[in-house]
Write a protein that binds this ligand. Structure first.
Ligand code: SF4
Length: 244
């Protein structure tokens, strides 16, 4: 079982992978401004209790965070410490954070973080070679107990070899871009990253195809509802296990 915890809403575009961000797409439809970050009504979800005083989220659940923002976004600095406090209080849950802002990791970090909370995985997103070469050297030096690389939306071939430390990186996952304007993802880029993972003995997960996949010289348009299942059908995952 897993739970979604959307602490805050809104974000600011910071790199090429953000170009067709679905948060902006959704907000435009509703006449909202995405770059203003606001706390959601579910901000304190992990510590909400039922009438009998037990927590609403039962022990052992995986909690996926921030699906309409970035956990380390600038506009949420004043609330992040409270978020860490909740994550600490619920050490019986597992928290999964995906970010494009590893360079802001230390902003509002709790004093007792040490080498990282055992119940927190933080994944670093890289969409092209420049972002990999900027973010991953920073990321690999951070004190985080569970580290993963997410190549999505994959916009070009990426050479990850010098970052694939099997003692540190627990998984690399790859996905194409979704949405009407999605940029093409070449299946050869995906296979190339897979090969790098196999050589480095790092688990690899092809999590979704994206909307426009180029394979064997043919461009496939794939509907949103099939993007995960089609990736699964490719059968190219390597040694994937649950991270936390
Ligand atoms: S960091 Fe993520 S949520 Fe923020 S603008 Fe970029 S793609 Fe959207």
């Amino acid at each position: 079982m897993s739970v979604s915890w959307n602490l805050w809403h809104g974000c600011r575009k910071i790199s090429p992978g953000c170009k067709y961000c679905y948060v902006y797409r959704q907000d435009e439809r509703h006449g909202k401004v995405s770059c203003v970050v606001t706390k959601t009504a579910n901000f304190n979800l992990p510590v909400k209790r039922k009438r009998d005083k037990s927590y609403r989220i039962p022990s052992g659940e995986m909690v996926y965070t921030c699906f309409t923002s970035d956990f380390f976004v600038e506009g949420a600095d004043e609330w992040r410490r409270e978020a860490w406090n909740m994550i600490k209080e619920r050490s019986d849950l597992k928290f999964f954070i995906i970010t494009k802002r590893v360079d802001r990791f230390y902003v509002s970090l709790p004093d007792d973080w040490g080498e990282g909370y055992e119940n927190v995985a933080i994944a670093c997103t890289v969409e092209n070679q420049p972002m990999a070469d900027y973010r991953l050297p920073i990321y690999l030096k951070l004190p985080i107990r569970h580290e993963l690389i997410v190549c999505a939306p994959l916009l070009e071939a990426i050479d990850l070899r010098k970052y694939l430390d099997p003692g540190k990186i627990e998984e690399v996952s790859v996905g194409g871009e979704s949405g009407n304007d999605a940029r093409i993802c070449d299946y050869n880029w995906i296979l190339d990253i897979r090969q790098q993972c196999v050589e480095a003995d790092v688990p690899f997960w092809f999590h979704q195809t994206g909307a426009r996949l180029l394979k064997d010289g043919k461009l496939f348009r794939i509907m949103r509802k099939f993007q995960h299942s089609q990736a699964r059908k490719a059968g190219i995952n390597f040694k994937v296990v649950r991270v936390l």
